[in-house]
Ligand binder design. Structure first.
Ligand code: NAP
Length: 248
């Protein structure tokens, strides 16, 4: 049996990387998938076709997760198009790394807006629908950096730590209505982006991980399938580290 049969999922930032992996695995598990992108129109359309070919309903939406009004419009449109919203994966995220000494106010604010405020925007936007349905699973993408901190990423680490506090609070507020809220904290995940990095540096990172490899988008997607499905129906307010043992 497919684990997400008949459920509708929203995945933000699914035109590439981890979000794309989540959208693919959700569709493989029978979910109807509404997903967003920021500017990668071509890859988003290609993914929409790929998912539709799996026999589920799938649609790409260009929408800025950092924009409050746009998030509300998006959720309304998805509800009209799909009829329900059972799962929300807040995955969209960016980095603008620099040492604190050199970090501009703009780069701090931008990362907080796209990574953290987006989660407020999207959760508010789906809340009423999930309350009416008396069920829902919200999955927020943090990072081991949000748990541990990282030099050169004060803005990113602050946004990812903020996600954990937000998510635990939502779990407390909405638990009585059968709405669950959990966090996935990936470690080093190898995507097209990391493929461009120096192989020696990347090998050094792999060697430092107990499982001796970087993660794949599928590794994160599988954790999300679990948290989205009824297999995790008694799990809320948790942070699941998917990092090959990096933070152990
Ligand atoms: P990525 O390859 O850079 O993809 C980011 C996605 O987010 C893209 O689909 C992008 O759309 C979208 N996006 C960016 N800004 C957006 C906005 N304002 N509104 C809507 N969508 C937006 O990133 P990734 O490596 O897959 O990471 C995905 C998530 O996992 C992020 O939250 C990241 O912080 C987290 N994470 C990643 C790693 C890792 O090792 N890769 C580790 C820990 C946590 P466009 O393609 O249109 O730009």
């Amino acid at each position: 049996m497919k684990l997400l049969e008949g459920k509708t999922a929203i995945v933000t930032g699914a035109s590439r990387g981890i979000g794309r992996g989540i959208a693919q695995e959700f569709a493989n598990q029978g979910a109807n998938v509404a997903f967003t992108y920021s500017s990668s129109e071509g890859p988003a359309m290609a993914l929409e076709e790929e998912l539709t070919a799996l026999g589920v309903k799938a649609k790409a939406y260009k929408s800025d997760a950092a924009n409050f009004a746009a998030a509300q419009e998006l959720a309304d449109q998805i509800l009209t198009d799909f009829g329900s919203i059972d799962i929300l994966v807040n995955n969209a995220g960016i980095t603008k790394d620099n040492l604190l000494m050199r970090m501009s106010e703009q780069d701090f604010d931008k990362v907080i807006e796209v990574n953290l405020k987006s989660i407020f925007n999207m959760t508010k936007a789906v809340q009423r629908t999930m309350l009416k349905q008396r069920k829902g699973s919200i999955i927020n993408m943090s990072s081991v950096v949000g748990v541990k901190g990282n030099a050169g990423q004060t803005n990113y680490a602050a946004s990812k730590a903020g996600i954990i506090g937000f998510s635990k609070s939502v779990a407390l507020e909405l638990g009585s209505r059968n709405i669950r809220s959990n966090v996935v904290a990936p470690g080093f995940i190898e995507t097209e982006m990391t493929g461009a990095l120096d192989e020696k540096v990347v090998q050094g990172w792999r060697d430092a991980i107990p499982l001796k490899r970087g993660g794949t988008p599928a590794d994160i997607a599988n954790a999300c399938v679990f948290l989205a499905s009824d297999m995790s129906s008694y799990i809320t307010g948790q942070v699941l580290q998917v990092d090959g043992g990096m933070l152990t």
